[in-house]
Design a protein around this ligand. Structure first.
Ligand code: RB5
Length: 149
């Protein structure tokens, strides 16, 4: 189950991606917003990311104008590794190397066609583990207030 969330700027792209997910039989839960009215991205980020951390959802895909604000908010949720991506390579390697559990897309940055490709590669790339696991653990250490140096 995917968790989706957006602010008003990301709302139209979220609706496009929902159609794409429907046509590929990928289940999702939409944590809002549900209209194009002004809606602050931190609220949607926290709701969707809480669902990932609780185990209700496996990953989150979030949308705002740039993908950046909502990624900043998402990364404040403990255990979330969110990446704002607008190119295929980054969307692939944030899974392979960073074990990202949240993809953030900018509706004012990418079109629906590219966004579909980014979602597809993000969902279908496995974390490589190994040396990258050490680095993920270090990120968690920072989150838990431990000094790395
Ligand atoms: C909203 O106008 C816009 O600032 C927001 O969607 C996002 O781009 C912030 O990072």
């Amino acid at each position: 189950m995917l968790a989706l969330g957006s602010d008003h700027a990301g709302f139209p792209l979220k609706e496009e991606i929902k159609k794409y997910l429907d046509s590929n039989h990928i289940e999702y839960k939409d944590f809002g917003c549900y209209t194009p009215e002004r809606f602050d991205y931190a609220i949607a980020a926290q709701k969707a990311c809480d669902a990932v951390i609780s185990g209700e959802c496996d990953k989150a895909i979030l949308f705002c104008g740039t993908g950046i604000g909502i990624s900043m908010a998402a990364n404040k949720v403990k255990g979330i590794r969110a990446a704002a991506c607008s190119d295929y390579f980054s969307a692939k390697y944030t899974r392979a190397h960073n074990d990202a559990n949240c993809l953030c897309l900018g509706a004012r940055v990418v079109g629906a066609g590219l966004a579909e490709e980014l979602v597809d590669v993000f969902l279908n790339t496995e974390f490589e583990g190994g040396r990258h696991k050490t680095r993920i653990d270090q990120i968690a250490d920072i989150e838990n207030g431990r000094k790395l140096y």
